[in-house]
Write a protein that binds this ligand. Structure first.
Ligand SMILES: *Cc1c(COP(=O)(O)O)cnc(C)c1O
Length: 385
C-alpha cells in the first residue's frame, strides 16, 4: 500500500472474503442449524457495520449484539435481518427495542411484566428469546423457573417467543465435562417442554467452543463469534482447519536514528542499547489498543524479519532496535499478521499479555482506520470503514 488509508500511518486490514469463507466453512460443519453471528463490541474490534454487511451478504440468519445501542446502530445503517440483543435489558430501553424491531432476551417474570406493560400502552408487539441459565451464573432464568416464564410469555399476546437459549461457560476446554452437563440440562428442558408444544421455537446454546469441540451442542441455531473472525478458543480442529484469521495490523516506520551504546530507550529506560545501533520508531501505542504488556516482550516484522519491541510502549508509538539491519522511514511493518516468511499471530500476542484473543481484538479502537478487502461480482474491491 503506497497511500496511507485515511491519512494515518498505522491501520488494520480486514479480509472480508476470508470472513465469508469462514462463515461458509462453519455452515457446512453445522448442517441444518441456523447461524447467528454475535458482532458485539464493534464486531470484536473488526468494525460493526462493514462486518454486519458482509455477514448479511453471506446470508447469515441472525446477528447478535450485546446491548440496545449496538442494535440501533445496525438498524440505522439499514441492516434489516433479525438482530438478537443478548444482554439483559433495562426498563428505559424497552421503547427503543420495540421501535427498532430488535429481538431481545427475557430472563425473568419481572422483566417480562415490565415489557408487557409498555407493549400494552404503546400497542406494540415483540419477538423475544428466553435465556435459561444452565451453569454460567451470569444472566438467564433458572431451569426450574423457565416453564413458568415460558407459559406467562405465551399467555400475553404481545409476545412471540421465537427462541430459547443458554450459554456455555467452559466450552473452550475440550476435556471439561461441565459442557456436556450444560447441554444435557438444556436439552432436558427442550425435549420436555418446548419440542412437544412449540416445535418452531429456535433452541440455541453453542458458541465457538461448542461448535469446535462439542458438536452435539449445535441445535436449531449456533452463535459463533470468535470462530467467524478466524480464531479458535483453544486450538484448531480438522473439520474447521481452513478457518483463517481475517485481521492484520500494520504500520509505516515513522522515524529512523542511530543511537550510541549504553543509551536507555523510551519511558523508564527499561531497554539499554548494547552497542551503537539503529532504532526505528513505529507510530502505534497503547492509545490505539496495543497492549503495554508487550513492552520488551512483543515483536514486529520489518522487511520480512522479526525484531523485538525495545523499551516501553508509549501512548502513540514505540521503538525497535534493528541492530545492523536495514530499514527506512515509510517501510510497511507488521504487528499482527504475515510478512515474507514470518508471522505474528493474535494468539501469540494474547499469550504474551496473559489474556485471551478476544480481549486483544476488542482493545483496538477507532484511531486505527480499518481497511477492508472483498470480492464483489468477481472483482476485488477495497474500502475504508
Ligand atoms: C459473545 C457471545 C457468544 C459468542 O461467543 P464466542 O466464544 O465468540 O463464539 C455467544 N453467545 C453469547 C450469549 C455471547 O454473549
Amino acid at each position: 500500500m503506497n497511500k496511507l488509508p485515511l491519512g494515518h500511518p498505522a491501520w488494520i486490514e480486514i479480509d472480508l472474503q476470508q470472513f465469508k469463507k469462514n462463515i461458509a466453512i462453519i455452515r457446512k460443519h453445522i448442517g441444518k442449524s441456523k447461524l447467528c453471528i454475535p458482532i458485539k463490541a464493534n464486531a470484536y474490534g473488526h468494525g460493526l457495520i462493514p462486518i454486519a454487511r458482509a455477514a448479511v451478504d453471506a446470508k447469515v440468519d441472525y446477528l447478535g449484539v450485546a446491548c440496545l445501542q449496538e442494535g440501533v446502530q445496525l438498524r440505522k445503517a439499514g441492516v434489516l435481518i433479525p438482530i438478537l440483543v443478548l444482554g439483559a435489558i433495562h426498563e428505559d430501553q424497552i421503547s427503543d427495542l420495540l421501535t427498532h424491531e430488535l429481538e431481545f432476551t427475557i430472563s425473568s417474570l419481572y422483566k417480562a411484566k415490565m415489557v408487557a406493560k409498555q407493549c400494552q400502552e404503546s400497542k406494540q408487539k415483540c419477538r423475544v428469546h428466553i435465556e435459561i441459565d444452565t451453569g454460567m451464573q451470569r444472566t438467564g432464568v433458572r431451569p426450574d423457573s423457565a416453564l413458568e416464564l415460558l407459559n406467562y410469555l405465551n399467555t400475553e399476546s404481545c409476545f412471540e417467543v421465537v427462541g430459547i437459549y443458554s450459554h456455555l461457560a467452559v466450552s473452550d476446554e475440550p476435556d471439561n465435562d461441565f459442557t456436556q452437563y450444560q447441554i444435557q440440562k438444556f436439552q432436558d428442558f427442550i425435549l420436555k417442554y418446548v419440542r412437544p408444544k412449540h416445535p418452531n421455537i429456535i433452541c440455541h446454546i453453542a458458541n465457538s467452543g461448542g461448535i469446535s469441540y462439542f458438536s452435539d451442542s449445535c441445535l436449531d441455531m449456533v452463535r459463533p463469534g470468535l470462530l467467524t473472525f478466524g480464531h479458535f478458543p483453544n486450538g484448531t480442529i480438522e473439520a474447521l482447519q481452513d478457518i483463517k484469521s481475517i485481521f492484520t495490523l500494520k504500520a509505516k516506520i515513522a522515524y529512523f536514528k542511530v543511537v550510541e551504546a549504553g543509551q536507555g530507550i523510551s519511558y523508564g529506560h527499561t531497554y539499554k542499547t548494547q552497542e551503537q545501533t539503529r532504532v526505528v520508531t513505529i507510530p502505534v501505542g497503547y492509545g490505539d489498543g496495543l497492549r503495554r504488556e508487550l513492552s520488551n516482550r512483543g515483536a514486529v516484522i520489518i522487511r520480512g524479519q522479526r525484531f523485538a519491541i525495545s523499551g516501553t510502549i508509549c501512548m502513540d508509538q514505540f521503538m525497535v532496535d534493528i541492530h545492523h539491519q536495514e530499514a527506512f522511514v515509510g517501510d510497511e511493518i507488521v504487528l499482527i499478521g504475515t510478512q515474507g516468511k514470518e508471522s505474528i499471530t493474535l494468539e501469540e500476542m494474547a499469550r504474551l499479555c496473559n489474556t485471551i484473543t478476544y480481549e486483544i481484538l476488542c482493545g483496538f479502537n477507532n484511531r486505527l482506520p480499518r481497511y477492508y478487502s472483498d470480492i464483489h461480482e468477481g472483482k476485488s474491491i477495497s474500502f475504508t470503514g
